[in-house]
Design a protein around this ligand. Structure first.
Ligand code: DAH
Length: 332
């Protein structure tokens, strides 16, 4: 009994128990002799043996319970959860700097009451060129710049595509076709910005990319003047860049605006062009069925990457697309 009560672990307890009940133990020896015991002693001896058995088992159970508790306490201690440890934070992603700049630019126009519209990235020649008064001979239409989409082939799944017999399709070279779609679907007055991705057959370098982004703008209303346009652009620049920037308009040419201008911002030691703009050409208004005597408008197209480079002092357009998190993380 003493051995049982002193057992420090389950092994020692088992050993103590076999000492008592094992084949060579005193109790076993006595039980074996029970058959030969005189009849008057037998019941007393049997009862005493049973009692001894019970006491040993009870002691073993008690000891086992104590050891169980101790083991559990030890386990709890060993596997203790430190609830005061700081958690492991999930790393959240964030918007790409180009998306962020687009949103911030649109926000400035939204604050002036503009709405946001969008159009398809695959366009027809009509929307991308013709409707915008861009004639067939215009250099922008040549295969040098435009990525045409061949819809006559198969789509790679083996199924024949429906050939577009009527018109050539292309990856839009600018967001200006959204102007046309907007004017077709919505009656003036129009005050809209149209952000999106555009594509040109360019060789990549520090300032050129085959795909980039523009924020287009279109206003169509009665009595819209060049002064309204200049004031709007000036207000945008002030809101977006802050007061420290110098801007200027210079004369330029676009087939869909007359007169046309370019917007430049003074950056480091030179003027950097960030947008084209102008008064909507009457031919464009006529193309969508608007009477130029009733409606006038102005339009603009910002190069988003240019704006972002200017705003954040980035000197290589390729860093926007390399997906190097060390670069991207700077613009959370
Ligand atoms: N679409 C022109 C381009 O990609 C930019 C542009 C110029 C847009 C004048 C306009 C505009 O809306 O009025 O080069």
């Amino acid at each position: 009994m003493e051995e049982i009560e002193r057992a420090g672990d389950f092994e020692a307890l088992d050993a103590a128990r076999s000492t008592v009940f094992g084949r060579k133990s005193r109790l076993t020896e006595i039980r074996r002799g029970l058959a030969e015991a005189p009849p008057d002693v037998k019941p007393v001896l049997g009862k005493a043996l049973g009692e001894a058995n019970r006491r040993v088992e009870t002691a073993c159970d008690a000891r086992r319970a104590v050891l169980d508790l101790a083991r559990e306490a030890e386990m709890l201690e060993r596997e203790r959860l430190d609830l005061t440890l700081p958690g492991r934070r999930m790393r959240h992603g964030h918007r790409h700097v180009i998306t962020r700049v687009i949103r911030e630019m649109c926000d400035v126009f939204l604050s002036m009451g503009y709405r946001v519209a969008s159009g398809p990235e695959v366009e027809t020649e009509w929307y991308n060129f013709e409707a915008l008064n861009i004639p067939a001979w215009h250099p922008a239409r040549s295969e040098m710049d435009t990525l045409y989409v061949d819809t006559s082939g198969t789509d790679g799944t083996g199924a024949d595509r429906v050939p577009d017999a009527t018109e050539a399709t292309l990856l839009r070279t600018h967001t200006s076709p959204v102007q046309v779609r907007l004017m077709e679907s919505t009656q003036p007055p129009l005050y809209h910005v149209m952000p999106g991705r555009v594509f040109r057959n360019e060789t990549q370098d520090a300032t050129h990319s085959a795909q980039f982004h523009q924020v287009e703008g279109l206003v169509v209303d009665s009595d819209v003047t060049f002064g309204d346009m200049a004031g709007t652009i000036e207000h945008f620049c002030h809101e977006y860049f802050g007061p420290g920037y110098d801007i200027r308009l210079f004369p330029d040419f676009f087939p869909f605006t007359e007169p046309s201008a370019g917007l430049e911002v003074w950056w480091e030691d030179k003027w950097l062009e960030i947008a084209g703009l102008g008064m909507v050409d009457p031919n464009v208004l006529r193309n969508v069925g608007f009477d130029p005597e009733t409606w006038q408008g102005f339009a603009f197209g910002f190069g988003v990457e240019r704006v972002a480079m200017l705003r954040y002092g980035i000197d290589d357009i390729r860093t926007f697309y390399n997906n190097d998190v060390r670069f991207l993380e700077q613009f959370v």
